[in-house]
Write a protein that binds this ligand. Structure first.
Ligand SMILES: [Zn+2]
Length: 820
């Protein structure tokens, strides 16, 4: 599964689509064992009929089971919030009623006899699923858990498609069909869906039959003959355009709303290449009979890896102009696909071990990036994920990666399981070497195919592949918490030609065992020293030919740690030009950014504006202090060239933003030229540049551009309208916010409130202020509404100063509400 985020990232908007939430105070909870396997699911045959008016599903389930290890005379099935109409034993087409009781969560069935381990039997259940009557508890990762969702079922919202879709993980599929809703079960399935004939249906596996019922409905039958976990069963029904491709003879399709058809190939077109890449990396060909991705409205998570039929939320949609800047969903497309090995083919045995699904899927984004966009691309992806763990979640330092003491299963869907877990795999790959690590993944997959796995099985596979004991690594990273805080100091002794590197682990608590490289650059040549740090403070001494130009601790830049490095500025400058990695250069850019009066640092920063990797060009340009005359004169020729010619529109935009910070009217013609770009980012930068020079002209442009504006451009327009005081622009905000995904709303809301703070019209204020509050309330589910308090306070203060007591009282109420 892929979560969503309301937090913005360090470098790019690519990462605004994650969601990470403050943790709630933890109560000590009991050990969460894997679910006992009393019976095995074998096969699940469903016939379901959708009732859009009632938002019900009428189902008939024929479930084949067998006792797992011991003779059994009773069976419990998960069946949440249903109305149960019949429970019977099914044999030779005959229904024999079975005694049962039902407590609205589970069916307790008395079987007709004692069945022996491995002895198959079939139960039949007729039921009505009523998802809206079931009181579900959502979570940070999944905003609801009712399993089955009817979107706009009565077509009340004219512009919105009518859809039905499901979301199972963690244990919500038992709202729409009875099952043993645990990740350590696997079943084959046959699902017959009766729905309005005008719609397309989708489920797991291949379509075996379509029958027109002559009453406006059609019954589609989907069959999946490879076993998979109940939480991965899915169904989607709606008016979808289907784009079909092939990979090694298998269907690869993308289901989108018809209006999105022109962009579908550009959006998902890397999928076959991803399938080839992961198949060859893992030594296991994509193991399922097809791969479909469907985009649905109002999805309750980011994306979900249902076997052969991944669901993405509608924030996936990007038009060709957005895709010109970047495909912000590429990592998620890779992530869900990779789950088809780590998650679907081998499934976590328990939610406590979710790392074997999600850490791998998270890391697969780095692997894909590295393959597709080179070493810098992979390192960038890896770095961003590391920052999300290190920056956003101090409370996560106390959580084990494998966690048996969780409160809710959904709690595992956090930065520890995803971002930290992915970085732990990155360290493991570095320690073992890429080929051995890949071999370890291959062994884990082949040894546990169609079964379940836990972290210990990953350890055993990696140990088998490498011939190394890995207990220390797994104890430290999987069954322990936290990360090291490293303080690095250096001393050079000319007399003895000795370089001393003094490293301290300053975190409280445990000591980490860390293998890493120290690269020492002497006379322009790099010497690598592989070292182990096993104590809280370690001193490493190297006798060298001459004083080194650079000592680069963690030469492969793999350690998941908070680092304080006491290198000199000169060393960082040297590092930029001589050390090869993305992070070597980024660290240097970050240091130089704080020392732009220094000539060497400044020259390095300007050189970095031309770095071979556009993310670093962007980082360097973003950091330029254009108020310093010496920076301006050194950087402007470079920036002007980039603004016009860079192959990356994001780099062009960064150059324009830097030029715009001069507020120099000499560049007005450049901005007016670039405002015609196809890239929203470039247009936004140009518009901001114009606004800094000539506000009325910017307002005029904003009026022309607002019809086709998205992302950064919408935000730029929001900023300009917000400052304009022109209340006729309030409609722009309400319209934009309506169709906007929550992660993109906050700057729009900021502009909205700024503009509202300037109106004295009571009716306008009330209507739009209430509307703004509706959007702010959406942040409550992520406990992120507090970020708007300063803005609301600003509205209040301005209203008070303007002697508008009714409006100021409204704002005060809002401040109070959002402060809680
Ligand atoms: Zn996932």
């Amino acid at each position: 599964m892929r979560k969503l985020s309301v937090n913005q990232s360090i470098i790019t908007i690519a990462y605004i689509l994650f969601l990470w939430l403050p943790a709630v105070a933890q109560q000590p909870v009991a050990y969460r064992a894997s679910a006992p396997k009393l019976h095995d699911l074998v096969h699940t045959a469903l016939e379901v009929r959708l009732d859009y008016a009632k938002q019900f599903l009428y189902g008939k389930a024929a479930i084949t089971l067998q006792p797992h290890a011991y003779p059994m005379d009773s069976l419990q099935l998960d069946a949440k919030g249903m109305e149960i109409r019949e429970v019977a034993l099914l044999a030779a087409g005959k229904h024999t009623p079975l005694q049962y009781s039902y407590d609205s969560l589970q069916l307790h069935i008395k079987l007709n006899k004692t069945y022996q381990p491995g002895e198959k039997y079939q139960v039949y259940i007729a039921y009505t699923s009523r998802p809206n009557l079931f009181k579900s508890e959502g979570s940070a990762a999944i905003s609801s858990a009712k399993g089955l969702y009817f979107i706009n079922p009565d077509s009340a919202n004219a512009g919105k498609p009518v859809q039905v879709w499901t979301q199972g993980e963690t244990e919500a599929n038992s709202v729409w069909f009875p099952t043993i809703d645990k990740p350590n079960q696997k079943t084959t399935t046959q699902i017959s869906i009766t729905a309005p004939a005008k719609y397309v249906t989708l489920s797991n596996g291949y379509l075996t039959a379509q029958h027109n019922n002559g009453d406006g409905t059609r019954t589609d039958t989907w069959k999946m003959d490879q076993p998979y976990a109940p939480y991965l069963v899915m169904m989607a029904v709606g008016n979808f355009y289907v784009h079909k491709e092939k990979w090694k003879g298998k269907e690869v399709s993308y289901y989108v709303e018809p209006v999105q058809a022109p962009y579908v190939k550009q959006l998902f077109g890397n999928t076959p290449e991803m399938m080839s890449f992961y198949s060859s990396l893992l030594g296991v060909d994509y193991p399922w009979n097809k791969y479909v991705q469907v985009v649905v409205r109002d999805f309750v998570s980011g994306a979900m890896e249902n076997t052969t039929a991944t669901v993405h939320g509608d924030f996936t949609y990007q038009n060709n102009r957005q895709l010109l800047d970047e495909n912000i969903w590429e990592g998620n497309i890779a992530h869900e696909l990779f789950h088809h090995w780590f998650g679907d083919y081998v499934t976590t045995e328990s939610w406590a071990n979710l790392t074997v699904n999600e850490s791998f899927a998270n890391y697969s984004e780095t692997l894909w990036s590295e393959y597709k966009h080179g070493a810098d691309g992979g390192d960038y992806t890896n770095y961003n994920a590391a920052q999300i763990y290190l920056t956003y979640s101090p409370e996560d330092e106390h959580k084990h990666l494998v966690r048996f003491d969780y409160d809710h299963a959904e709690d595992l869907m956090d930065r520890v399981t995803y971002q930290k877990g992915g970085r732990i795999l990155h360290m493991l790959r570095n320690y073992l070497g890429k080929e051995v690590f890949n071999k370890g993944m291959h062994l884990y997959l082949t040894q546990n195919a169609y079964k379940t796995g836990e972290a210990q099985q990953v350890r055993l596979a990696m140990e088998e592949a490498s011939g190394k004991d890995l207990n220390w690594f797994f104890d430290q990273w999987y069954y322990g918490s936290g990360h090291p805080y490293l303080d690095m100091q250096y001393a050079w002794d000319e007399a003895s030609k000795t370089q001393t590197v003094y490293i301290q682990q300053t975190q409280t608590g445990k000591t980490f065992t860390l293998p890493f490289a120290i690269d020492i650059y002497v006379n322009g040549k790099k010497e690598r020293h592989d070292v182990w740090m096993k104590t809280k403070a370690d001193t490493f001494r190297f006798v060298l030919a001459a004083k080194p130009q650079l000592v680069n601790v963690d030469g492969d830049k793999i350690l998941l740690a908070k680092k304080t490095d006491h290198k000199s500025l000169q060393e960082y400058v040297y590092q930029y030009f001589h050390a090869p990695l993305f992070l070597d250069r980024l660290e240097a850019i970050q240091q130089a950014a704080g020392a732009q009066q220094d000539g060497d640092a400044r020259n390095m920063l300007v050189a970095a504006c031309k770095d071979k990797f556009f993310r670093l060009r962007t980082a360097a340009m973003d950091s330029l202090n254009m108020q310093l005359p010496e920076v301006r004169s050194a950087a402007l020729p470079v920036l002007l060239a980039i603004a016009r010619n860079d192959s990356s529109t994001l780099a062009q935009a960064a150059a324009l933003n830097a030029i715009g910070r001069t507020k120099d009217s000499a560049y007005l013609s450049l901005f007016r030229e670039k405002i015609n770009s196809r890239s929203y980012s470039v247009q936004a930068a140009a518009l901001n540049g114009i606004a800094a020079i000539d506000m009325p002209m910017a307002l005029q442009y904003a009026g022309q551009l607002e019809k086709d504006s998205k992302d950064l451009l919408s935000w730029a327009i929001a900023g300009i309208y917000g400052r304009s005081g022109d209340t006729s622009k309030l409609a722009f905000f309400s319209k934009q916010l309506d169709g906007m995904f929550i992660n993109r709303k906050s700057r729009m809301i900021a502009g909205y409130l700024l503009l509202l703070s300037q109106t004295s019209n009571a009716d306008l204020f009330k209507t739009h202020f209430d509307n703004a509050l509706t959007h702010i309330r959406d942040y409550k589910q992520y406990k992120a509404q507090g970020r708007f308090v300063p803005l609301l306070q600003m509205v209040h203060d301005k209203k008070e100063a303007a002697h508008l007591p009714a409006q100021s009282a409204q704002a005060a109420t809002a401040v109070k509400e959002m402060s809680n």
